[in-house]
Design a protein around this ligand. Structure first.
Ligand code: F6R
Length: 609
């Protein structure tokens, strides 16, 4: 979704804004723009399309001149992605420029109000009202002015505002959309996400909802909604800039697939100790765990798929009933949540609007909130009672890989912790699963070493397929969900996932000669049943690619290709198996020449509902 960068300091702003925006490209966007203030005048450059176009029209940031400015990548919601609708938006007199991430739900009412006051509109966006409102309320005091402006807004916003009356200071505000302040040496920044300014600073102030910031080169003043000053302790990001670079890989997605062993190690190793599972930032006592009578896992997209796997694992080990919901549905189905419910909220970015709304709903109904989050200090993390950070490092490719696998590993740690606290796992199983979890980096490394050539070969054979069906049972079904999503989102091949036993209840009518079926048959307990389902599609002419942990002659006889994965734990194998599915999707998309890191229509951080 939209990305915001702001700069004020001694250096020229335009190149810094461009660099920052390029680091936010991963969030998804379809147009971009910037405004720079100099000599009391605001100069704007905006353009539809890729950031390369903004770079071209600003001659790589050599214009406009000025040491204070705001920049924006726009993911269109209100109005087409063209030059006019791109941000920044400027007020009637040209004295104020605004960049915005979020949605102003009452913008039509505000438009009417402003039109009656003599303002006219050039764009179709909801954002333009903010620029005109700023001008309308301006009284010489920008913080007070912005306070009046945001009081009028319904919806979500992260804002950067430039005023020609403040030659060195720009302003920021947020509610339900991410925004951080970066602290430099005689220069300061704002950004939607830390990687945008990591090359200049690792010190950040995390803004909270309702706050307004006045950002100058030598100071950052933050105020709460009542205009009282707020003291904040800077947060030091552990990520360094190299984590947000491709480092020789053709795509961030491939780099991030290869980073999984390291990310998994960081997520798991220090949390498995001789004294049991130690989950830092989780204050749940054994007595509180004993009171839990239901777990609701809530998330979106791949994080939801991690939650589907989590359900299998946590129920099996802890014997606590678990439901997994898509966040955008959870709120609207009258979920049964009480003060004995543990809500497990999963989000890589920690900013997904639907997930955040579900978290708030669960809290309102009395649940304790335990979140599994990657981005430290994100909204989901800050609104939770307990947080288990996944330590995957920055994930730049829109399609998640290491974000997902570390979520799965984190859920396994939670399952083990609950089972241990409730005394529902015997010592032998506990030790075995702990060893399997510690062995996950090695298992993924083996896939990266042993299976890659075969996956490339298979991808080169089937990259022109129109449809693909992913099938599996149990945890393999959860993997089918993720495998199909990975393939469709980056290669644009239509892909569906089915519980293997469910296919014959309708969808099998689509199977004909040459239909591509990816059968996940890794769970030994269900192997025989899945094999029968493979036979059903094979006998109707399908081309079958099977993923298994132990290939048998029977499987080889039925399938066109068998991908044998390294032997790893009965519960933990999905992490290795999904790595093969990620690579399969990646090489297919690569053969089709797709824009792998930034698939069309998608955004990394989905901050609108
Ligand atoms: C798919 C993908 C998305 C995200 C979903 C949730 O590859 O990345 O489906 O998993 O948008 O995002 P987070 O985890 O940031 O809440």
């Amino acid at each position: 979704m939209c990305g915001i960068v702001g700069y004020t300091g001694r250096r020229q702003a335009a190149p810094i804004l461009l660099e920052g925006l390029s680091k936010l490209e991963y969030r998804g966007y379809d147009s971009s723009g910037m405004a720079v203030l100099s000599g009391g005048n605001i100069t704007m450059y905006k353009s539809g399309g890729r950031l390369s176009e903004l770079k071209r029209i600003t001659d790589n940031g050599s214009r406009p001149a000025g040491t204070i400015g705001i920049g924006h990548t726009r993911w269109a919601t209100h109005g087409a992605p063209n030059d006019v609708n791109s941000h920044p938006h400027i007020s009637k007199s040209g004295k104020f420029a605004v960049v915005h991430n979020g949605i102003i739900e009452n913008y039509l009412d505000l438009k009417l109000f402003l039109t009656e006051k003599g303002f006219s509109f050039v764009s179709e966006t909801d954002t333009e009202v903010i620029a005109h409102l700023t001008e309308y309320y301006y009284n010489g005091d920008m913080v007070e002015t912005l306070r009046k402006v945001v009081n009028k807004l319904n919806g979500s916003y992260a804002l950067g505002v430039l005023s020609c009356y403040s030659p060195e200071t720009f302003y920021a505000a947020r509610k339900d959309s991410p925004l951080v302040v970066g602290l430099g040496e005689r220069e300061n920044f704002i950004a939607s996400d830390m990687p945008a300014v990591l090359s200049s600073t690792r010190r950040f102030l995390l803004m909270d909802d309702g706050e307004i910031a006045a950002v100058s080169p030598d100071s950052v003043l933050i105020y709460n909604a009542n205009r009282e000053p707020v003291e904040k302790t800077p947060f030091i990001a552990e990520w360094d800039i190299s984590a947000a670079e491709k480092n020789g890989f053709p795509h961030f997605m491939l780099k991030e697939i290869f980073e999984q062993p390291h990310a998994l190690d960081a997520t798991v190793r220090t949390r498995i100790t001789d004294g049991g599972i130690i989950l830092d930032n989780i204050a749940l006592t054994d007595e509180q765990i004993a009171r839990i009578d239901r777990i609701c896992i809530v998330a979106c997209g791949s994080a939801y798929h991690a939650g589907v796997l989590g359900k299998y694992f946590i129920e099996k080990l802890s014997r606590i009933p678990v439901e997994t919901d898509v966040a955008s549905e959870f709120r609207y189905r009258s979920p049964i949540v009480t003060d004995r419910t543990l809500a497990v909220i999963i989000s890589q970015s920690g900013e997904t609007a639907d997930t955040l709304a579900a978290l708030r709903q669960a809290r309102k109904l009395g649940a304790r909130i335990l979140s599994v989050v990657n981005v430290v200090g994100s909204s989901v993390a800050r609104e939770s009672d307990d947080v288990l950070y996944t330590r995957a490092g920055p994930e730049i490719a829109v399609a998640t890989t290491k974000g997902y696998t570390t979520q799965v590993a984190a859920l396994m740690l939670i399952g083990l912790k609950l089972a241990q606290a409730l005394d529902r796992i015997d010592e032998k199983d506990y030790k075995r699963i702990c060893n399997d979890l510690i062995g996950l980096p090695e298992a993924v490394n083996k896939v990266l070493e042993n299976n890659i050539q075969q996956l490339q070969f298979i991808a080169s054979k089937y990259y022109s397929a129109d449809d693909a069906y992913f099938i599996g049972r149990g945890a393999d079904y959860a993997l089918a969900l993720e495998g199909a999503l990975k393939l469709k989102e980056i290669s644009y091949i239509h892909a569906e996932s089915y519980a293997a036993g469910e296919l014959k209840h309708g969808t099998i009518s689509l199977i004909e000669k040459g239909s591509l079926v990816v059968a996940i048959a890794c769970d030994d307990r269900l192997f025989g049943k899945t094999l029968s389902n493979i036979k059903e599609v094979k006998s109707r002419g399908a081309t079958v690619i099977a993923l298994c942990s132990d290939s048998s002659d029977a499987l080889r006889a039925e399938c066109d290709h068998v991908i044998e994965l390294p032997q790893c734990g009965a519960e933990t194998y999905p992490v290795a198996a999904v790595t093969a599915l990620q690579l399969f999707a990646y090489y297919i998309a690569s053969a089709r020449g797709c824009d792998i890191d930034k698939p069309r229509n998608l955004a990394k951080s989905v901050t609108v509902e």
